[in-house]
Design a protein around this ligand. Structure first.
Ligand SMILES: Nc1ncnc2c1ncn2[C@@H]1O[C@H](COP(=O)(O)OP(=O)(O)OP(=O)(O)O)[C@@H](O)[C@H]1O
Ligand SMILES: [Mg+2]
Length: 504
């Protein structure tokens, strides 16, 4: 059978760092092929090569059996190759309709932009994915999940024959993922070929016909689901390179039920409201308890975290720590009280991209201890090295510029920043977005350890599996209100979905 696309033995290095050492890949017409691999294994680099953004140092590319040499992104677009970027390619200061039409503006012979036609095209594109946004909204004002959907809409509006999706679901909730999957199945019927990159293995087993795995820049295997079962136990060893350990628990196994009734209440939130966003939110977290915030995306979960961490002001309501009312006007007041937030949007909230890993990792410690003048460098170096190990950073180099790390490794640095501090209450805002399975496992262990040490955790996750694996209780948020509390053994995919959708 001839492939629609074939890559043979691709190599690519960046300033001596090998991103791809021997990557080969094939794609059939009308199939969805998964591309899996740990953070830093070369997936994005590969995707950027086949969409013409960067050139390989060696290796060959074939399209419909003929060798091609892509000179630019535009050339790839002309060949109907379209990419949904991991770090999104939208222009934040432009509107939705302008972004969809970017680079494909319809111009009259006199050089005047045909705005009406551009608007019609943009509207049609948005309808395809049922995205609920206005054409006139500025991209910077959209929620991260809407930005991600818009990025997908933009790629689809180019009518690709080959569509590359680089972690399109990392910031999407399950309902949005369903809409995307419906669309992908329809594209498949229309003979479009899709490369689907994701760290969520259950998405790969659900939607893909086949998968290819990369490890350290090399193709290490392929699974054809027509011949092999759609099972994690076959895929995970390909990603990690480790043999499957029969005794080891699955990563998303439910943690055993724990009763916290006799433990001290650490944080109490009483009738918290924020105009138009939150209405009378009340809950308690006891010492060592891990509480999840569930529900569809964008129901107010992030606002709860932002108010508790001082990034957003409440309109009314009380926050108490150890039964004493406290006022949190800004992030440093929250930090002083031991409330730390691990942010979700690594680019905007979490990192100094143009500084190295070391600076990013020590910043919160230095800021907290106010040791601005005499830095205990030796000690800091040691902590940084321990943190790098804990988060399994690739490459494990404190001098590496954060902007040069792969997406998932950047998110690991965001998590790592808070590990060397001693929180009393840890707020996690969708912490494993784009993080690979090995690090995810480490993070779940870190959460469990902190909880055993008495730290209380409030976790928002767009991924229900993450809530199931970590939480003692899950509060379902719907339109700014807590509509249900799910405890212990009742925390399962079915109950979480039913409650999020308000199905009784
Ligand atoms: N512009 C760059 N400069 C320096 N190094 C880079 C650059 N782009 C990628 N790398 C390095 O190449 C390797 C592969 O990165 P790539 O982004 O392709 O990984 P990935 O598989 O997409 O990972 P993730 O799952 O985290 O997104 C990483 O070690 C990364 O640090
Ligand atoms: Mg990537």
């Amino acid at each position: 059978m001839s492939f629609i696309l074939e890559a043979r033995n691709l190599k690519k290095s960046f300033d001596g760092v090998v991103a791809l050492s021997d990557a080969s890949f094939t794609l059939n017409q009308g199939e969805i092929c998964g591309l899996v691999g740990a953070n830093g294994s070369g997936k994005t680099t590969f995707a950027r090569i086949i969409s013409g953004l960067i050139k390989p140092d060696a290796g060959q590319l074939y399209l419909y059996g003929s060798q091609i040499n892509l000179k630019s992104h535009l050339e790839a677009e002309k060949l109907a190759i379209s990419m949904v970027h991991q770090n999104l390619s939208l222009v934040p200061e432009m509107t939705v309709w302008e972004n969809i039409n970017l680079g494909r503006e319809i111009i009259t012979p006199l050089g005047i932009l045909k705005k009406e036609e551009a608007l019609i095209r943009a509207e049609a594109a948005i309808q395809e994915l049922k995205v609920n946004i206005s054409l006139y909204d500025k991209v910077s004002q959209l929620a991260p999940s809407d930005q991600q959907l818009l990025e997908i809409v933009k790629a689809l509006s180019r009518n690709p024959k080959i569509l590359i999706l680089d972690e399109p679901t990392a910031s999407l909730g399950f309902k949005q993922v369903e809409i995307l999957f419906e669309k992908l199945i329809q594209l498949k019927k229309d003979q479009v070929s899709v490369i689907f990159i994701s760290h969520r293995i259950w998405e790969i087993t659900r939607i893909c016909d086949r998968l290819v795995a990369f490890r350290n820049g090399k193709t290490v295997g392929e699974v054809d689901f027509q011949q092999q079962p759609r099972e994690e136990r076959i895929i995970i060893p390909l990603i990690t390179g480790k043999k499957e350990n029969e005794d080891e628990k699955g990563i998303h196994e439910k943690r055993p039920y724990r009763n916290f009734d006799t433990r001290q209440v650490i944080l109490e939130v009483d009738s918290l409201s924020k105009r138009d966003k939150l209405h009378n939110i009340s809950f308690k977290i006891r010492e060592g308890e891990v509480i999840g915030l569930g529900g569809l995306n964008g129901q107010g979960q992030e606002e709860i975290l932002f108010i508790l961490s001082g990034y957003l002001r409440k309109t009314s309501g009380k926050i108490k720590i150890n039964n004493q009312e406290i006022i949190i006007k800004n992030p440093s007041q929250a930090i002083e009280r031991g409330i730390f937030l691990v942010p979700g949007d690594r680019q905007k909230e979490g990192l100094f991209l143009n500084h190295n890993v070391f600076t990013n990792l020590v910043y919160p410690q230095v800021a907290q201890k106010k040791q601005k003048f005499i830095l205990p460098l030796k000690e800091l170096r040691q902590t940084v090295n321990t943190t790098i190990q804990k988060i399994s950073l690739v490459p494990p180099d404190p001098r590496k510029l954060v902007s040069h790390l792969s997406g998932g490794n950047q998110q690991k640095v965001v998590i790592g920043k808070w590990l060397s501090l001693s929180p009393r209450i840890l707020l996690l805002n969708d912490p494993t977005k784009g993080v690979d399975i090995e690090t995810r496992k480490n993070l779940y262990k870190i959460i469990a350890d902190l909880s055993n040490q008495g730290v209380s955790v409030l976790l928002y996750a767009s991924d229900n599996e993450e809530l199931i694996a970590n939480c003692d209780r899950v509060l379902i948020v719907f339109e700014g209100q807590i509509v249900e509390e799910i405890c212990g053994d009742r925390i399962c995919e079915e109950n979480l979905i039913a409650s999020s959708l308000r199905v009784q």
